[in-house]
Design a protein around this ligand. Structure first.
Ligand code: PEP
Length: 262
């Protein structure tokens, strides 16, 4: 795991699952489960990324009950406001106290034709509104074989690093073959790419930014494999999809120190 100054982040991307009523029940249950386990949220941060229609309910619950769980959106518009039907401004996320927003998830890159340039603009929009972007990058297995480990994700991140002034961001390395497939990368593979991404941050934004930035691994993370990833020096947490919908499983991932002795 990364050096002590980087607080690990376990982030749950719910994708298009759980309506606002289910969201309230899920966040409540997650909070109780982690409280019962005496989870130290300052030691390992926990965040959920519900669909947009859930966010107000999640915010209200978290603020009323003073829950130590953080939350964010799954996407953000690159524009601040205006005639962009269906889009959500970073200003709206900030007004809801969203700490984070995912940008450039591979599902959006593929299904919504999000280019590296658009991802860079969305990253800039989030930063501008004071919402920390979780910038997702990743390669297909063909990319990795033909171009080499880390080459495509570093190229994707480089566009963001060149377009945005140094700021707090989170980077998530998510190999496309590992997402939702049950076929996680090995810790070695993930470390290789996360290390390359950190070196790219150092090159573009300097060593201080590289040391401060959290780099997550994502792709079929479960309670049974999180330990291996968290032992790696350049992996500072996980972006969890499917397993984040199961409260006991997601809580067990957040409790990785219990089962790895880290
Ligand atoms: C994701 O979509 O970000 C993800 C990592 O999904 P899963 O954990 O289901 O592979």
């Amino acid at each position: 795991m990364g050096i002590m100054s980087r607080t690990p982040l376990i982030a749950g991307n719910w994708k298009m699952n759980l309506d606002h009523l289910q969201a309230i029940a899920t966040v409540q249950k997650l909070a109780w489960t982690l409280k019962d386990a005496r989870h130290d949220f300052d030691d390992v941060e926990v965040a959920v990324f519900p669909p947009f229609t859930d966010l107000r309910s999640v915010q209200t619950l978290i603020s009323a009950d003073k829950l130590p769980i953080r939350f964010g959106g799954q996407d953000v518009s690159r524009y601040a406001s205006g005639a962009y039907t269906g889009e959500i401004s970073g200003a709206f996320l900030a007004a809801l106290d969203a700490a984070y927003v995912i940008v450039g998830h591979s599902e959006r890159r593929m299904m919504h034709a999000e280019t590296d340039q658009i991802v860079a603009e969305k990253t800039a929009a989030a930063v501008q509104h004071g919402v920390v972007p979780v910038v997702c990058v990743g390669e297909t297995s063909e990319d990795r074989e033909s171009r080499g480990a880390g080459v495509v994700p570093v190229e994707q991140l480089q566009v963001v690093l060149d377009a945005v002034q140094p700021a707090e961001i989170v980077v998530a390395y998510e190999p496309v073959w590992a997402i939702g497939s049950g076929q996680a990368a090995t810790p070695d593979q993930a470390q290789e790419d996360c290390g390359a991404l950190r070196r790219a941050i150092a090159g573009a934004w300097g060593d201080e930014a590289a040391t401060a930035t959290r780099v997550l691994y994502g792709g079929s993370v479960k309670s049974g494999n999180i330990a291996g990833f968290m032992r790696e020096p350049d992996i500072d947490g996980a972006l969890v999809g499917g397993a984040s919908l199961d409260v006991a499983e997601f809580a067990a991932i957040a409790r990785f120190r219990q089962h790895v002795g880290l």
